[in-house]
Design a protein around this ligand. Structure first.
Ligand code: CP
Ligand code: NVA
Length: 298
């Protein structure tokens, strides 16, 4: 059974094929109304369950619209309202859902929940975000970069912010696709060395400050200071990350044609200034749209 749980488990050739396919699928939409079906209907007669144990706007809507455009049907489920949220095991949920649906996307907290679902599911499982990884988003980000600037191989991506699910997924992608990832976070919010592989070291530079990370970068990216599930740490994070805002002064250190990305939702005035996210280098709306196309390719 082929699942999509993280980028490391996906072959680089397959990632590139998905990005090529996303280009073709995006072009094929050709400005047609959003509610109309694609010419190809590979999901006709198929049912996809989308399970959310955390909030979502983009993931929920892009998967739902994408499956429908491809001829399939979706069922959007809240983990809290399922028996899953009231003591039924993940293994039993996986076995039962596999009898009803053709694929499952799960957004959950611990990656172990996702792995458990995949272990007992007889239909493909897709990671719609865990505390550890967000592969659909990074796939969309790479597609967005490639679309705007060509191959990402050999390029430099600056990460300014928390060692969160997005940061670790970018590190996996750098190793898979051969680009450099410069990571910068304040003390106390560094990467966990145990989660890094010796191979990833070749593609990863830990920078002492956001300025070093951004110098000469092709892409600057950040994310919220407090990810979903870590809200109790919000006050201490606001203090620790106050010098880690991507603003105009930081962007000027990157290449003149550097792009700015943010997976969204964004907090203007915290991790990014309004001038940057709403400015000419920002490509965040294209990035959000591309979730749809790349997930259809996936
Ligand atoms: N970027 C992203 O995954 O957004 P949502 O939380 O709205 O799905
Ligand atoms: N790091 C963020 C990403 C949201 C899409 C979070 O996990 O809340």
């Amino acid at each position: 059974m082929k699942h999509f749980l993280d980028i490391h488990k996906t072959d680089a050739g397959e990632l590139r094929a998905m990005i090529n396919s996303a280009h073709a699928m995006k072009a094929a939409r050709n400005n047609r109304p959003k509610g109309t079906p694609d010419d190809d209907q590979p999901l006709a007669g198929r049912m996809v369950a989308l399970i959310f144990e955390k909030p979502s706007t983009r993931t929920r809507v892009s998967f739902d619209v994408g499956v429908r455009q491809m001829g399939g049907q979706t069922m959007v489920l809240s983990g809290k309202e399922m028996q899953l949220g009231h003591g039924e095991t993940i293994a039993d949920t996986a076995r039962v859902l596999s009898r009803y649906v053709d694929a499952i996307m799960l957004r959950t907290s611990a990656v172990e929940n996702l792995q458990e679902l995949a272990r007992y599911s007889s239909v493909p499982v897709i990671n719609g975000l865990t505390n550890e990884f967000h592969p659909c988003q990074v796939l969309a980000d790479i597609f967005t970069f490639v679309e705007a600037r060509g191959p990402i191989q050999g390029k430099t991506v600056a990460w300014v912010g928390d060692a969160n699910n997005m940061a670790y997924t970018w590190i996996q992608a750098a190793e898979c696709l051969g680009f450099q990832l410069r990571f910068s976070a304040p003390d106390g919010y560094q990467l966990d060395a145990e989660r890094l592989t010796p191979e990833s070291a070749k593609y990863l530079t830990i920078c002492a400050n956001p300025e070093d990370a951004c110098k000469g970068a092709d892409l600057v990216t950040t994310d919220v200071w407090t990810s979903m599930g870590y809200e109790a740490e919000n006050a201490s994070r606001m203090n620790a990350f106050k010098d880690w805002m991507v603003d105009e002064e930081l962007m000027v250190l990157a290449k003149p044609d550097a792009l700015f990305m943010h997976c969204l939702p964004a907090h203007r005035g915290e991790e990014v200034s309004a001038g940057v996210i709403d400015g000419p280098q920002s490509i965040v709306w294209e990035e959000a749209e591309n979730r749809l196309h790349v997930q259809k390719a996936l």
